[in-house]
Design a protein around this ligand. Sequence first.
Ligand code: AHM
Ligand code: MG
Length: 340
Amino acid sequence: MEAQKKTLGEFIIENQYEFKNSSGELSRIFNSMKLAAKVVSYKVKKAGLIDIIGGVGDKNIQGEDQQKLDVYANEVFIETLINREIVCGIVSEENDDFITVQGNDKANNNKYVLLMDPLDGSSNIDVNVSVGTIFSVYARISKRGTPVTLEDFLQPGTRQVAAGYIIYGTSTMLVYTTGHGVNGFTLNPAIGTFYLSHPKIKFPVDGSIYSVNEGNYVHFSQGVKNYIKYCQMQEGNRPYTSRYIGSLVSDIHRNMLKGGVYLYPTSTKTTNGKLRLLYECNPMAFIIEQAGGKASNGHSRILEIKPTSLHERVPFYAGSVNMVEKVEEFIAMANKETMC
Ligand code: AHM
Ligand code: MG
């Protein structure tokens, strides 16, 4: 890493001007996420060495086994945010209800709420495959100085003030947007500093990678099945390459750098898809759009969906614009045929 490269801390300060009347609150949130990311990254990299692998025997609200690292990451992010009193409320995939940040009056005076999946793709931890953290920030709707309400969290994704992900891969990276493009920072673990390594990331308009759990093929709708067959057909730049890690952050990150489409459709098994709107799809969709890509539920923009509950799921088709539009075409075509 070249010494002259900009650090994440410097970048955050330099870009505060993007927000009118900036109070520095958002910058402080980023600094906290950066700190917690380093702590979690350290632990993830040591996962094979210490007794932290495996379930804790609990299930989260979706009935899934919690891994020890899920629980650890959840605690680290929540404690970092609470100790620094920089948000007024938190939603996490691992907690049934939202957390009101209490303690003193000052805390409830904070402007922002944060929603997160502290360790996404955690079924991959035991096998040494990349996992990630996803987060989303909104300005509260309720009055400052009062406790947060459910409505503060149930805002459409278009209202996000910032969103980001951390990928714990061969290197640890933090990628984020505040609505002014997308920038990626790589952690130099030797000195614990994130450096700007991927400035102004652009999602290729087209690509040749499709990412979907094809084991669920028989359960998919006819439109999705037809699209998958289209990806595999020999014509033009097809067949496309199939790449699926099963770790949303990693699959999207790869496709954003190389060009591709990610699909988690509805199926007869999962009628609303699997991914959660508030802390998986919305933040990823904000980043994807800011990089020039597209994110859809099959017919409409993810960011315009009005959420109705904290842990709701939506089908998710995201990536290179031309590829997502093609999926939508196939879905619409099959729906029309069914109606005829
Ligand atoms: P998680 O939040 O329980 O880790 O689940 C979300 C993950 C995504 O990262 C990934 O894209 C998807 O689930 C994989 O699901 P599947 O194993 O059904 O293909
Ligand atoms: Mg998740």
